[in-house]
Design a protein around this ligand. Structure first.
Ligand SMILES: Nc1nc2c(ncn2[C@@H]2O[C@H](COP(=O)(O)OP(=O)(O)O)[C@@H](O)[C@H]2O)c(=O)[nH]1
Ligand SMILES: [Mg+2]
Length: 617
């Protein structure tokens, strides 16, 4: 609870708890889903303790909905540039770049119209303060949240929340500065790891000065399995010459592979400091050059927006599944309540055989899918290396042509750049269409087959239950096949393909015409190959992510659906057995109780049905 309101402005009362969540067009879907979930868990709570598992499933979904903001944590050792990176994302110098470590508590930065800092204490109290400018926030944080101002956390802080009116936050992104790794207290590492499991993505920040340390590697090993998306940022690239950057990158990749990462992790090279400067000066070129533009776009325009759309759809579908399971269980109970005990036992034994069979089939299907997943990645690697060869040949041809048709080295350069700038986006667009087409074809055909198998397994369980207990058969919800995305986020941005015009060096002027042309040709070829390599890697990475997510999500939804159904059937069985041993009168009461619950649950189904119609499934 807020105990104090301190404003350094004019003492105007600031409405508390006004953390602005920016509502998107999907917000009403979210609210209606929330209502349906609350209604359903309310009904189950009125039943009895036997429904805890279902209540928990509904609560999980509620929690997922509540988390529709995108939590991005920044991790890294002291001095790697975490605060500077966050400031660059925010566009202003908000967080202190401390001379001494910041107090080891997480700092959350969320959207708010006013600049406000809320200190949360371990005893549950909190204090909030409003500020006029980033400078004042910085000074305040220095005072409250550094080892200098708050040694060994004497103030007993638990976390800090900063509200800030920054565009990146208004898109629903929550930025989190975490206690540095290898910081003074061992328990901080654990706190950070627990915290990370609730984040959508984490950025692991390293720099080349010094190279990644043992403490960071140890931390990484723990983090890798906890966060859904782990990205790497190599900061302070402004210190490095191009070949030093290459070396730093390959060293980092080696370390990653050595410690069990796939080597497919995305690594962004940035200069956070130049990025911050660019934002302060509104310098778009510097922003792009600093590498921050690419990083920002990837985080905000791709990961975060993709997340909400997918989230609502998946929560709706999963809620429908839970409700269908609950209805099945109620119907099963209703039927069995009227059967003699011996009869029930005989039927239960028959059903159990089916359930065990379904488990075995699940195992076989899982193995098959894993194999197909691997083969889809192999196909991608083949296509990508073929593409690389083809594009390199194509652009070499363009440079040759310019050399043949131009008179002077300047003209070669001008002509070649002009043609390259025209043709590279086209080449990559075509490549994307053809590669994503091939991959989509493969993944979707494999998953469609697996969907048939998966549906057959789910169906066999439901059918057996319906037959054995003579209840109505409800076919399972269709398993979703998550397709390969058509358009990786970067492809429409032509700026990324553009080659910068180079000034003619003094050295060039002293050379013979032929030597000058040869030199221009060499330089162009090198430059263009870097551009190609970057785009090929972008394409490859986007496709890989898409393949991984299609397979993983398929397996996840299948398992969830089967587990849910198996769980309700087994729970129903247990409950029926115990109820049947009770007296006849109790059975009668039980029948009418079950009937009334079933009627209430049908109302939730109707709500969801309407929601699905409005939302377009
Ligand atoms: N040259 C250079 N220095 C940087 C960059 N990013 C951060 N720094 C400097 O590195 C030091 C530590 O940065 P800070 O953001 O406080 O690191 P943190 O401890 O990880 O939060 C500061 O002096 C920053 O100015 C960068 O991209 N390039
Ligand atoms: Mg810092």
């Amino acid at each position: 609870m807020d105990t104090t309101q301190n404003c350094d402005t004019d003492g105007k009362d600031q409405a508390s708890g006004s953390i602005g969540t920016v509502m998107s067009g999907h917000s009403s879907v979210k609210i209606r889903l929330e209502e349906a979930l609350l209604l359903a868990s309310g009904i189950l709570r009125k039943m009895d303790a036997g429904w805890n598992a279902e209540i928990e499933r509904l609560e999980q979904l509620q929690k997922r909905l509540g988390e529709s903001r995108f939590h991005l944590a920044v991790l890294g050792q002291f001095k790697r540039g975490k605060s500077t990176l966050l400031n660059a994302l925010l566009g202003e110098d908000v967080l202190p770049s401390a001379v001494v470590p910041l107090t080891a508590v997480p700092t959350l930065i969320v959207y708010g119209e006013t600049r406000r800092v809320q200190l949360m204490f371990r005893d549950g109290n909190s204090q909030s303060f409003c500020f006029e400018s980033p400078d004042k926030i910085r000074a305040f944080l220095r005072e409250k949240a550094t080892e200098e101002g708050n040694p060994v956390n004497r103030l007993g802080l638990d976390s800090i929340t900063i509200q800030y009116p920054s565009p990146i936050l208004s898109k629903g992104v929550v930025l989190i500065d975490t206690p540095g790794i290898g910081s003074t207290y061992e328990h901080n590492t654990k706190t950070t790891i627990d915290f990370l499991s609730r984040c959508d993505a984490a950025v692991f920040l390293v720099s080349a000065d010094p190279p990644i340390t043992q403490a960071e590697v140890d931390f990484l090993k723990k983090v890798g399995s906890v966060v859904p998306t782990l990205l790497f940022v190599l900061n302070k690239t402004d210190y490095l010459l191009p070949d030093e950057l290459g070396m730093a990158l390959s060293f980092l990749k080696q370390v990653l592979v050595k410690y069990g990462f796939s080597g497919r992790e995305r690594i962004f090279c940035v200069s956070a400091r130049s990025g911050l400067l660019a934002r302060q000066r509104d310098d778009l070129n510097l922003w792009t050059e600093s590498g921050m533009a690419e990083f920002y776009d990837y985080m905000v325009n791709f990961l975060a927006s993709e997340k909400n759309r997918a989230l609502y759809r998946s929560v709706l579908k999963r809620t429908e599944n839970v409700i269908a399971d609950i209805s099945l269980r109620l119907e099963l109970m209703r039927k069995a309540l009227e059967m003699p005990l011996e009869d029930i036992d005989k039927r239960l034994a028959m059903l159990e055989v089916k359930l065990v069979e379904a488990e075995q089939q699940r195992q076989i299907t899982g193995d098959l899918i894993q194999g197909e997943h691997r083969r889809a990645i192999e196909l991608l690697e083949e296509l990508v290396s073929e593409l690389n060869r083809k594009v390199v040949d194509q652009v070499r041809g363009i440079v040759e042509e310019a050399v043949d048709s131009a008179q002077s080295s300047q003209e070669v350069e001008r002509l070649a750049r002009c043609r390259l700038n025209e043709s590279i986006p086209q080449i990559f667009n075509d490549a994307l269409v053809s590669i994503s087409g091939a991959i989509r074809g493969r993944v979707e055909s494999v998953l469609s087959t697996q969907r048939e198998t998966g549906m057959a397994i789910l169906d066999s369980v439901r059918r057996a239950t319906a037959e054995v207990f003579n209840i109505s058969y409800v076919p399972p919800e269709a398993l979703e096949v998550f397709g390969i995305k058509e358009e990786p986020f970067w492809i429409t941005d032509n700026a990324r393909f553009t080659l910068n015009p180079l000034p003619v060096g003094w050295a060039d002027r002293l050379l013979s015409k032929q030597a000058r042309i040869a030199r221009v040709k060499r330089r162009l070829t090198e430059e263009v190959e870097t551009v190609i390599a970057r785009n090929v890697e972008n394409l490859r990475f986007a496709m890989l992510q898409s393949i991984d997510s299609s397979f993983n999500r398929f397996v996840l939804t299948f398992n969830e659906q089967l587990d849910g159904t198996l769980l309700v059937i087994r729970d129903a069985i247990r409950e029926i057995r115990s109820k049947k041993t009770a007296a006849n009168q109790v059975v009668k009461e039980e029948v009418s109780r079950v009937d009334s619950f079933a009627a209430e649950i049908r109302k939730v189904s109707d709500l969801l049905e309407r929601l699905r119609l409005d939302y377009g499934g």
